[in-house]
Design a protein around this ligand. Structure first.
Ligand code: URA
Length: 205
C-alpha cells in the first residue's frame, strides 16, 4: 500500500503559516498517508472557529462528516453542541473541533494506530497554528493518541480533570466522554454535565 502525500502537497500543508492556508491545503490535497484514503469522500479538517481558545479533538469522521467535509455534525456532534450550549458555549463560535483521523474509517471503527500516527502531523500542525488555551479530548481514542504515555486507563477515572502535558506547554487538557457514548448510555449524561460545569468555572476564572 502506497503511503505518501505528493511532496508539493506535504509542503503546502505542513509548512502553512496560517490556519486557513493549512486547512485549505489539507482539504484539497489527495493525501495517501494511510489506507483510509481509499474510502473517503472528503478529508474532514475541522468545524468551528480557528481563532477560538478552545480546541476539541474527537476520534474520526463518521458518515455525515465524510459526506459534508465538516467535523462532528452528526448525532454525536449535536449532543456535544447541546452540552456546550448548556454552559453558554457555541461550538461554531467558541471552539474549533477536529479529529485524530481526518478520513472516515470503515464501519465507523476507531482509527488504527498506524492511521492515527499517519495523521498526527496534521493534528500537531492544527494545535501549533490555533494555539488553544484549552483542549478537550472526546473519548479514549483522542486521549490515548494525544498522550501516548497513557497505555491502559479507564475513562471514568480520566474524565473531567484538567491536566497538562510537557510537549504542549501552556495548554490545559480535559478528557470528556465521547458524546456518542452518551447516546448509548444516558447514565453518563449527569457526569458529562458536571464536567462541562468544571470547564465553565475554569473559563470564568
Ligand atoms: N465522531 C467523532 O469523533 N468525530 C466526528 O467528527 C464525528 C463523529
Amino acid at each position: 500500500m502506497q503511503v505518501d502525500l505528493a511532496p508539493d502537497q506535504t509542503g503546502a500543508v505542513l509548512s502553512a503559516e496560517t490556519y486557513p492556508q493549512f486547512a485549505h491545503a489539507l482539504r484539497n490535497s489527495s493525501c495517501r498517508m494511510c489506507e483510509l484514503c481509499h474510502g473517503r469522500t472528503n478529508i474532514v479538517v475541522d468545524r468551528g472557529n480557528f481563532k477560538a481558545k478552545i480546541m476539541v479533538i474527537g476520534e474520526a469522521p463518521g458518515k455525515n462528516e465524510d459526506l459534508t467535509g465538516k467535523a462532528f455534525i452528526g448525532r454525536g456532534g449535536k449532543t456535544f453542541d447541546q452540552v456546550m450550549l448548556a454552559i453558554g458555549l457555541d461550538t461554531n463560535r467558541d471552539m474549533i473541533i477536529c479529529n485524530v483521523a481526518k478520513c472516515r474509517p470503515p464501519d465507523n471503527r476507531a482509527p488504527k494506530p498506524e492511521e492515527a500516527a499517519a495523521c498526527k502531523p496534521f493534528l500537531l500542525k492544527q494545535i501549533e497554528l490555533v494555539r488553544p488555551k484549552v483542549i478537550l479530548l472526546l473519548g479514549a481514542t483522542a486521549l490515548k493518541h494525544v498522550d501516548p504515555t497513557r497505555k491502559i486507563f479507564f475513562m471514568e477515572s480520566e474524565v473531567g480533570k484538567f491536566f497538562t502535558l510537557p510537549q504542549f506547554p501552556g495548554i490545559q487538557f480535559m478528557a470528556l466522554y465521547h458524546p456518542a457514548a452518551l447516546l448509548y448510555n444516558s447514565k453518563l449524561k449527569p457526569a458529562m454535565a458536571e464536567h462541562a460545569q468544571k470547564l465553565k468555572s475554569f473559563l470564568s476564572l
